[in-house]
Design a protein around this ligand. Sequence first.
Ligand code: ADP
Length: 365
Amino acid sequence: MRVLILTPVGRDAALLAQIVEALSAEPVIVPDAAALLQELPLGVGASILADEAIRPQHVQALTTWLSAEPPWSDPPFIILTPAGQTKEYSYHRSREFSTLGNFTLIERPVRPEALQSAVRAALRGRMKQYEVRSRQEALLRANEDLEQFAHSASHDLKEPLRNIRIFSELLLKEYGSKLDARGADFLDVVGSSALRMDNLLADLLAYTEASSIPDDLPVPIQARDALDAALGNLAAAIQETDAQIIAENVPAVRMRGSHLQQVFQNLIGNAIKYRRESCRPRIALQSSRLEQFWLFSIADNGIGIAPEHREKIFGIFQRLHSNGRYSGTGMGLAICQRIIERYRGRIWVESELGQGSKFFFTIPA
Ligand code: ADP
């Protein structure tokens, strides 16, 4: 690792370089602060700076450079202050250097062992930062690969599946009369299984696509528009079940409209789907401000969820019911969670079996 050395006294610099070399690091002596700023972006393990060589404008320039560094990076600075200074001086300089974050002041005259140990500690810390970066990069790569895999798999599987559906329909149309009841039943199962797989793949695709959310928060949109669009898509189910939906105080939020619509649609769709047979579905949407987020809740009077299942239901393909009773893929809540978490929000549920459910989620205001 490179250790940048900025000190105006030639002998000092040579001595410091020796100490750095003894630690198997590479000393790079820079003549002035401008040269230091040029060297820093080329990679640095630590910097040893003579206090008298650093003016306030240099601290400013270093701070600007640091602010553009990635989050894992916190390069250490060891600053050698002049001998025999007052406490006030050290205090004043510490405050000036505070924007550098990771800095240590060492008063001259410096004992070589003391400096060596400070540089060793700084380099060790820096090494840990690089390790964190490598691990993060490896994780990101693995995650991207997995997403790419899931995306291609769900995409590529659609084609043969379409053939299964088309040809089982053709079989029924052209040879249906030659089949007995058992044969027709078998064909029926082929058709409905293909349809189910088609839904699973569509949801899996929607799940992988929920990751393509930009790092920057979008401009605010009216959540009411997303809600209306979701209710429009649920119109048939609302009408069929005579569901009552009350939405109060629907604010503006910093989220892509299509994502919010997807969340509303899944949650309200579930609130209707998992209704109690004996009563008309009543669904209440509320929101309140929670620091820089909006907290939304969607409460229903449906069948409820047992406490031990409250976390599990957000998993991929996790369902609590057989397909015979309630249709679904077990992906709706997983998609909601993925979207919400990409916006740095949270989603959870409060519920008791038979007591209705209340889903909460937060999204940036
Ligand atoms: P799906 O509805 O396709 O099964 P989801 O991921 O949307 O998948 O939901 C997962 C499971 O959580 C559901 O199978 C159901 O058991 C349970 N669940 C979700 N919403 C509700 C609700 N409002 N009331 C009761 N149970 C629910």
